[in-house]
Design a protein around this ligand. Sequence first.
Ligand SMILES: [Zn+2]
Ligand SMILES: [Zn+2]
Length: 580
Amino acid sequence: MQLRDYQQQAVDSAVKHFKTSPDSAVLVLPTGAGKSIVIAELARIANGRVLVLTHVKELVAQNAEKVGILTAAAGIYSAGLNQKSTDNKTIVASIQSAVRAKEKFSSPFSLVIIDECHRISQDKDSQYQLLLTHLKSINPKIRLLGLTATPYRLDLGWIYRHHYHGKVGNPDKAVFEQCIFELPMRPLIKRGYLSTPKIFDGLSAQYDFSSIKASTSGQYQEAEVNDLLSHCGRATTAIVKQLVQIGSSRQGVIIFAATVRHAEEILKLLSAEQAALITGKTSTEQRDSLIEQFKARKIKYLINVAVLTTGFDAPHVDLIAILRPTASVSLFQQMVGRGLRICEGKSECLIIDYAANGYDLYFPEVGQNKPNSKSVPVQVHCPVCDFANIFWGLVDDDGDIIEHFGRRCQALIEQEGQKKQCDFRFRSKVCPNCGEENDIAAKICHSCDAMLIDPDKRLKEVLQQKHHHLFKCDAMLFEEDKDRLKIRYIDIDGNDFCQYFNFKTKAQIRAFYAIFVLSHTRTPGLKHPRYSKVQEVIATRDLFRKPDILLLKKHKKGWDLQETFFDYQGRYQTESKFLN
Ligand SMILES: [Zn+2]
Ligand SMILES: [Zn+2]
């Protein structure tokens, strides 16, 4: 069996890495790239014994089969597959079964390969960590390699510390040290290894989930989603009607529903003989049987609630209908990936996004939750090291960046043999104790450990004093006033507060940059025009963002601006922030 070139490259990068480094490593390959072949080849060429671990029996079987093609049959250790071998050179095991019988894995392995490795948590009592600790106690030099299509987790961030493109991953909570190989999806499609995804845009109806916010871990509240959907009965009917219409000429249809209740509603609208539903509560036997019937094309529509994202493989699927909100690009691509396997008689896979998730199929993972529905990934060069960062941002009709939400440069810089993240911060707050820049959400200064004041705590204190006013900024207007620039802030009650800037001397212009441009720019780190006149600023007013809150103090003649708050998310927040 001949490996495809990129599969060989993935294997080579792992070999090269482990020759020079004991660090744990990750290979990122999209769904359908043939991860099991890469695993099998690594198992074949390894000198020592190899343990391949994964969490679902389908993947155990698939990996064992591929190992068997390339080399002597692998032993399988999986209760779900009724096999318990532990003596072979290569063992393919389910983590659940292996961890329950750790003592049977007591002759040393030289390499452990984990498929779907984004599932490993750092929790030392988790199944993977328990087994890894055991394996290390037997061979302290055991090497750890992970494979995944989704190296970014909404709850934990990147699963690795460093990326071989010179990028920082997750410096604090990464399970793996290095990402050593990553293959994007596009070349696989171009070369015919995956079917072409085709976005369908003649939608009969669409859900609007934009009013519901995902938690920081990317989860949506089921009750909230159900509540929203309870007003969308008509849309659901129209959507299913269209799915049946389009589905009549398709081979297999997967429907991703938002909640169990939603899925049941969809199921009722489909013909009972043609449709089935799988949820987290479906028993293993029933699930297996439904998937078998679906693969045999006895069932055409398979509805699921968050279960068919990994380890499920039905190549004939040629319509993916997404009816659920999705907080990450990777998860969206993972769902789409279910339809990209190549199959006889299938030329492309139709993708219908009824939930208006608005992700491009080829978006890179940004590594941060999407700040709002209009955001797209934008490239922002670091003004210090010139690294091309990918951040969430907004672009105009020409594709020019009008705002970006990057905070710190993601470049990995080699310094005295040590890899370090570039220091440049696009947005920051300054530590009042030592003057160092910190992340805008930091609570403790990274340099001097001083407590950075929580804005709410500070506001509460200040507001207890006399003469202070919290100005909840609703709009910011640029006006010319006797050769001066007048910035007029308007609050939610319609009151205004004005700030004035002169442009007569160089010092005044410098002051304008220092006081206004630096903090109000939508595109920190990118060059701003050189201003010498008021009109020039007014002409480019779209480059600036309004603050959320102004803290004002009364004096004899009027009000003084004490402090300006951006990115404010505390309890004095105004509603208007989310309206744009
Ligand atoms: Zn940089
Ligand atoms: Zn400090």
